[in-house]
Write a protein that binds this ligand. Structure first.
Ligand SMILES: Cc1cc2nc3c(=O)[nH]c(=O)nc-3n(C[C@H](O)[C@H](O)[C@H](O)COP(=O)(O)O)c2cc1C
Length: 187
C-alpha cells in the first residue's frame, strides 16, 4: 500500500539527495530519483580511506558493530540551502552504513525535513531510520527501503517515483508528518 500525504501549502521546492554507496546500488537509486525529479540536486559522500577486498568488507561490519564514524568527504552544496534532504545509503550489519552516519553527525545542524532511503539485502532498514532520527532529534518525513533484488531487476522504479512525489508534496512541518515506510514487506 502506498501512503499519500495530504497536499500542503508548502511544496518542497529545493530538495537535495545525498548518497553514499559502496558497491553502486544506492548510487543507482539516487541517480534514478534525481532523473525522476529533475529539479533535485545530487550530492555525494565518499570516504577518505576507501574499502576494498575482504578487509574492506570486514571493516564495514566492524564499523556497524562499533557504531564507528569513519572520515568522509562531502561533494555537494551546503545542505542548509535546501528545504528538504533525502539520504540514500546501504545497510551494513543491520545498521546505517558508517560513512552516512558520519555525514549525518557532521551536518546535523544543516539538515531539515529529512527522508531516508535504504538499500539492503533484506533486513535492517528500520534501525537505520531510527538512528538518523535519533542523531537529528527530528522525525523523518518519509522512509523506505529497496532490496538489492528490486534494484537489480528494476522493479523498484515505480515505488521510487511515488516516494519522490510524496517527498515533494510533504508539508514543511514536523506537525502532521510522521515516518512512513512505503513498502512494509521489504523491511
Ligand atoms: C559489509 C556489508 C554488510 C551488509 N549487511 C547487510 C544487512 O545486515 N542487511 C541487509 O539487508 N543487507 C546487508 N548488506 C547488503 C547491502 O546492504 C546491499 O547489497 C546494498 O544494496 C548495497 O548498497 P551499495 O551497493 O550502494 O553499497 C550488507 C552489505 C555489506 C557490504
Amino acid at each position: 500500500m502506498i501512503w499519500t500525504p495530504k497536499l500542503s501549502e508548502t511544496v518542497m521546492s529545493k530538495v537535495l539527495v545525498v548518497v553514499y554507496s559502496y558497491t553502486g546500488t544506492a548510487l543507482a537509486v539516487a541517480q534514478l530519483l534525481c532523473s525522476q525529479q529533475p529539479d533535485w540536486r545530487l550530492a555525494h559522500v565518499t570516504e577518505e580511506r576507501p574499502r576494498s577486498g575482504t578487509l574492506g568488507y570486514w571493516r564495514c561490519v566492524m564499523d556497524s558493530l562499533l557504531a564507528r564514524r569513519p572520515a568522509i568527504r562531502y561533494n555537494g552544496p551546503p545542505p542548509s540551502d535546501f528545504d528538504a534532504v533525502v539520504l540514500v545509503s546501504p545497510i551494513w550489519a543491520f545498521q546505517l552504513a558508517s560513512p552516512m552516519r558520519t555525514f549525518v553527525h557532521l551536518r546535523r545542524e544543516e539538515l531539515a525535513n529529512v527522508s531516508v532511503i535504504s538499500t539492503m539485502g533484506g533486513k535492517g532498514a528500520p534501525n537505520a531510520f531510527a538512528e538518523v532520527a535519533e542523531i537529528l532529534d527530528q522525525k523523518l518525513v518519509l522512509s523506505t527501503a529497496f532490496t538489492q533484488r528490486e534494484v537489480d531487476d528494476g522493479s523498484y522504479a515505480a515505488r521510487l517515483q511515488a516516494f519522490g512525489a510524496a517527498v515533494a508534496a510533504a508539508e514543511d512541518s514536523t506537525e502532521a508528518v510522521r515516518p512512513v515506510v512505503l513498502s512494509p514487506q521489504t523491511v
